[in-house]
Structures are given as structure tokens and as C-alpha cells.
Design a protein around this ligand. Sequence first.
Ligand code: FES
Length: 152
Amino acid sequence: MTRLTLNGNAISLDVDPDMPLLWALRDTLEMTGTKFGCGMALCGACTVLLDGAPIRSCQTKVKDVAGRKVTTIEGVAGKVAEAVQQAWVRLDVPQCGYCQSGQVLAATALLTEKPAPTDDEIEAALSGNLCRCATYHRIRSAVHEAARALGG
Ligand code: FES
């Protein structure tokens, strides 16, 4: 049994501790907002936050998050996350949408850390989140818009 905090709730996961966190989220907990992309930590579709920092859940074992705080797209909350999601909607960022839960979480972590990131800082922070629809320009604009809305 692995105990952790998921989206603010204390839970116990009765799965193989070596199971990838992504499988536990999607298959055991039926939380499918976190996507399976490459399975090799190369594309960022499976991004979740671990104690507020973006990680690749496909290459993170359940035992590695024991006692820690995991946040997924289903539970990300607070003023930064709200500003990000509002900017995403206003600028109509997603195309197919597959990468976008990871993009939103990575952007939320960035703006929590750096309230007014430069283009280079946005690029560096989100470079591990690939978008096959190439929405990068809108993602960058939405991060700036969320930063402005937050007063950064
Ligand atoms: Fe399609 Fe990013 S919106 S992969």
C-alpha cells in the first residue's frame, strides 16, 4: 500500500509499488486527464506536479511518490492555475488537445516559480512538453497573458 496526497486528498494505492504513476492514475484511479504519449519521458504528455514541480509520470514509479503531493490536471487549483486556464481558453490555445494537460501543469509550475518569465524562460521551462500541433506560439502568448493577469 502506497500512501500519498493526490489533488489535496490523502489516498492509499494498492498497486505494485514499481508500477508507473501514469498507469496508476489512468488505469487504477480512472483519471484520464494525464495522457500517455511516448512512455519514455520524452514528450511531456504525462506531466503531473510532484510537490509542485513538473515530472513525467510515465517514468516515475508509484513508490517514488510515497508520502508526497501529486497534482494532476483534474485537481490543479489556485490563482496561478486559474489564470493559466483562463488564458488558455481566451487565446484558444489547444488544437487536438493531447499535450495540453501537461502544458497547463508545466506553465502553472513556471508561473508559481517565476511570476514574469521571459520568452527564453518559457521556452526553457516548457521545452520538455512537445506539441505535435505546434501550438507553441499560442502557449507562449498565454503564459504571458496569465503572468499579466497575475500582476507579474
Ligand atoms: Fe495537439 Fe498539442 S494541441 S499535440
